[in-house]
Design a protein around this ligand. Structure first.
Ligand SMILES: [Zn+2]
Length: 133
């Protein structure tokens, strides 16, 4: 499924991409502006990502984590990666979630919220995309 987003055959609210990966909105965000960053090549878990691909891929995760707070007026981010357990899609992805003190995050990743509509999702995606450059 994430391979289809990388290939462009399944639509997503893209926030950025580079030769190593693609970043797009999680459609069931913990907080609005929650981004998933996936490598272009299909690997299932972080440990299975070939070492030569690490700098590019993690570099994109880092750029997204830098862009999200100023783009959305958040104070920081939560960056996370589930491998196998709690990994809902079998294609490596890092979560970058905007955080602000007192935002009420309980546990790690629940409950999830929803975008009001595609326009709202598009607006979150474009704010982060603008900051990513
Ligand atoms: Zn895949």
């Amino acid at each position: 499924m994430f391979c289809d987003i990388v290939a462009g055959s399944v639509p997503a609210f893209l926030v950025g991409s580079d030769p190593s990966g693609v970043a797009f909105l999680d459609t069931r965000p913990v907080f609005k502006g929650h981004v998933l960053v996936v490598p272009r090549d299909h690997v299932v878990t972080f440990p299975s990502l070939p070492v030569p691909e690490l700098p590019g891929y993690i570099g994109l995760v880092q750029r997204v984590a830098a862009a999200v707070p100023p783009a959305l007026g958040a104070q920081g981010t939560f960056v996370a990666n589930n491998n196998v357990v709690s990994q809902s899609v079998a294609h490596l992805h890092f979560h970058v979630v905007p955080r602000t003190k007192g935002d009420g995050l309980r546990g790690f990743f629940w409950p999830r919220t929803k975008y009001a509509d595609d326009d709202e999702a598009r607006s979150y995606a474009s704010r982060i995309a603008d900051r990513l450059g």
